[in-house]
Design a protein around this ligand. Structure first.
Ligand SMILES: C[S@@+](CC[C@H](N)C(=O)[O-])C[C@H]1O[C@@H](n2cnc3c(N)ncnc32)[C@H](O)[C@@H]1O
Length: 245
């Protein structure tokens, strides 16, 4: 499956951290494992959560198919704490086995159908110790987050080192059944250059996520609706699944 330009191209990946922050979600992942353990971060992107976990003493591997994102991630890891792997979730093959696997920043939604999702989940399961935990997050389709992805509501502007002032907004192109297609449009104000990246995301229902986890070999899974551990309900913004390998 092709990777979005926003992630594969270094000139776009270097803009990612300015517009994407890990607040309560980052704290949740950082504090989940109380004791140092082996952590697999699938779709690690620019490595913001990955490096935080490594600094907490965990032995961390970050996997991502986007060269641009990994280039940014490596720049944050001057001490070489993390093992970075350039591969997709369904493709990587490592000899290590992990106690905790995470997919932060809604990575789970890049898998567009059951076959892609199962290939990823089965490969992750194969890399986990029995009883290990997988945490994934997906936006609740019942909350229809995409209805707020208008130019008016998403326009944001940041000053980025070496780039200058950058504006971004989202533009929805298509909403069909479980899938939402949209553009992220960046304008580099110093040059007027415009960079556009198209993304397509799946918004599976909670029941679909539970079914796919079970089909991939995971045991019981708990569903949360927010990072404060509120249980999932139909009004939750998020579906956070914690599954046992
Ligand atoms: C929204 S970013 C999230 C990045 C990071 N996890 C975070 O929390 O900031 C989505 C990431 O999923 C990655 N991705 C896309 N296709 C993937 C695949 N097949 N397997 C694993 N990761 C994938 C992208 O390259 C990108 O880094």
């Amino acid at each position: 499956m092709p990777v979005d330009a926003a992630f594969s191209r270094f000139d776009m990946a270097r803009l990612y951290d300015a517009f994407n922050h890990h607040g309560e979600d980052g704290d949740f992942y950082e504090n989940f494992a109380q004791e140092p353990c082996r952590v697999l971060d699938i779709g690690c992107g620019t490595g913001s959560v990955t490096v935080r976990l490594a600094k907490r003493g965990h032995q961390v591997t970050g996997v991502d198919p986007a060269a641009g994102m990994l280039q940014v991630a490596r720049m944050k890891d001057g001490q070489g704490r993390v093992d970075w792997v350039h591969a997709g979730a369904g493709e990587f093959s490592l000899s290590a086995r992990f106690d905790l696997a995470i997919m932060t920043g809604h990575v789970f939604q890049v898998f567009l159908d059951d076959a892609e999702t199962l290939a990823a989940l089965r490969n992750i399961h194969r890399h986990m110790v029995p009883g290990g935990r997988l945490i994934l997050e997906s936006r609740n389709p019942l909350a229809k987050a995409w209805e707020n992805w208008t130019r008016q509501k998403t326009t944001d502007r940041r000053v980025i080192d070496g780039v200058g002032s950058v504006e971004v907004y989202y533009q929805i192109k298509d909403v069909e059944a479980e899938h939402v297609t949209f553009d992220a449009i960046f304008t580099l104000e110093a040059t007027g250059e415009t960079l556009t990246s198209e993304s397509r995301l799946r918004f599976p229902a909670a029941g679909t996520i539970e079914r796919l986890l079970a089909e991939a070999g995971f045991g019981e899974s708990a569903l949360l609706g927010w990072w404060d551990r509120t249980p999932y309900s139909e009004t939750s913004p998020e579906i956070i699944a914690i599954a046992r390998a």
